[in-house]
Design a protein around this ligand. Sequence first.
Ligand code: 4UU
Length: 568
Amino acid sequence: MPIKSDFPDVELSVTDIWSFLFNRKDREFPDDHVIFQSAETLSRQYTFAQLRQLSVDFAKGLKTVYEFRKGDVLGLFVPNDIDVPPVVLGTLWAGAVVSPANPGYTVPELVYQLKDSGAKALCTHVSVLDTACKAAREAGIPESHIFLLGAKQEDGTTRIKHWTSIRNQDGLQRFRLPKFHPKTDLAFLVYSSGTTGRPKGVRLTHFNMTSNIEQIHSAEGWLTWNGTSTPPNSDIPLPAHGQGDKILACLPFFHIYGLNCLVLSPIYSGVHTMVMARFDLERWCSIVQDHKITFSYIVPPIVLLLCKHPVVEKYDLSSLRMTNSGAAPLTRELVEGLYARKGVKVKQGYGLSETAPTIFMQKWEEWRSAIGTTGVMVPNLEAKFCAVPGSGEESDGGKELARGEIGELYVRGPNVFGGYHNNPSATAECLEDGWFRTGDVGFLDERGNLTITDRVKELIKYKGFQVPPAELEGYLASHPLIDDVAVVGVESEALGTEAPRAYIVRKGGLSAVKPTDAAEIIGWMNAKVANHKKLRGGVKFVDAVPKSVSGKILRRVLKERAKTEFRK
Ligand code: 4UU
């Protein structure tokens, strides 16, 4: 029997994201309330009314200048910036789809996403303009269809347009918000490798995203724009009356965690959000202290730094009411360690790109009593746990288990994506009758809190970023010294994260391995990929890659082997 969330079902809105955020009848905060502020240049900020106006003007520009039609795709290749929300919301107003990419991508990585998503135009930033232009050219996007966001360059060194000039065109009045079918119209194409293979476009509809915002907010109801909400019965105080919460946004907006929690949700809740271009530990601490930040979404390696790094000692972090960690496993030792050192509380959230994203979250008041778990199911969600194929009797694979038993988690609900873009076979592998196979293994305790014990999919997570092994294997297989290769994630305690390691069969066999080979291969590989995909787990030479009779790499065997090897 599928397990239902303990929260009562929420009545979900069926509307497009723009209307959901900007035409809300029950909105409490005023038009002139500041939502986004740059943590670098404090004078750069947007109120709710500015966001609404800028997004509509930009949408009309997209339609006139680039002839954007319903379903067209805009590639977004930028570091975090307060201009991201109006550009994203404007694209949605135009009926178009946003496909955000990691600004650390190399040219081939970006080309792949631009081509696969079918992006018609590319929004980028001066700091990554060179990569953006090269990739756009290869993907067939003309230079006229590249534009910039971010603080304007006064020296005019680039001939590429700024997004604000796109909204200032003539003849922009004749457009209206298109008619949406929220359950089928796409809003985002984010890239995820899913359970196997290379990154794929995750088709997220308007309804997927608005549902997840409502699922989270109805269950959580804790962040407040002005300090007046009623708190649940607990020891976590509200901010002072009249002073709302302040979020420090340090996670990337291109990833589903940031996209939902830091770009869309603040517009929904009205919570003042300070935006960092990228995470930097000391800057993060000083901004928390100086601006009395009350909440931040973080990832386990940040918790590790906050626990261990000497620089943290210098700062007062006591304004933080709570933090939320997700995207990778977090140990209870780190949660206790951070509380003991700085009095900072951490709760967990758990989700996936394919679920828009949050499916489990720890209740604020249970940050300690449910420590080490990822919390309870969000409303309107069903879950089931199934036997992991190969873990017991062969025939047991996929069999539904009793509540409390350890198995692979499947979920069904309004936030579950519609499938991978142009990839029906990958979709069929993980979606059936609305049930989505997460590739994560765990169990529920009596209170409904989920403990994740393992990951059965290929995916490696370096500091919460996805590293698809198949992509690295694809490159490595083309190296002249390599006959066969498998890449798996190995735990690095020092880094507080998994990192990719390659097991390599060298041409000529083990006896042909030269002392310089490993460094040669690592250097060659690392030059081709974004920073988070580098072979930080090192390489090992083997006489054969373990494979099943059907030729599938036995990653389990290599992961077990890695545990006994020297840790890098
Ligand atoms: C153990 O990482 C994400 C989404 C993260 C997120 C974090 C906090 C969402 C809501 C929130 O509140 O998405 P992807 O697609 O990049 O990666 C998904 C995978 C999962 O399948 C799981 O293996 O990332 C891993 N993961 C976690 N693992 C995500 N959150 C957790 C977690 N503990 N808390």
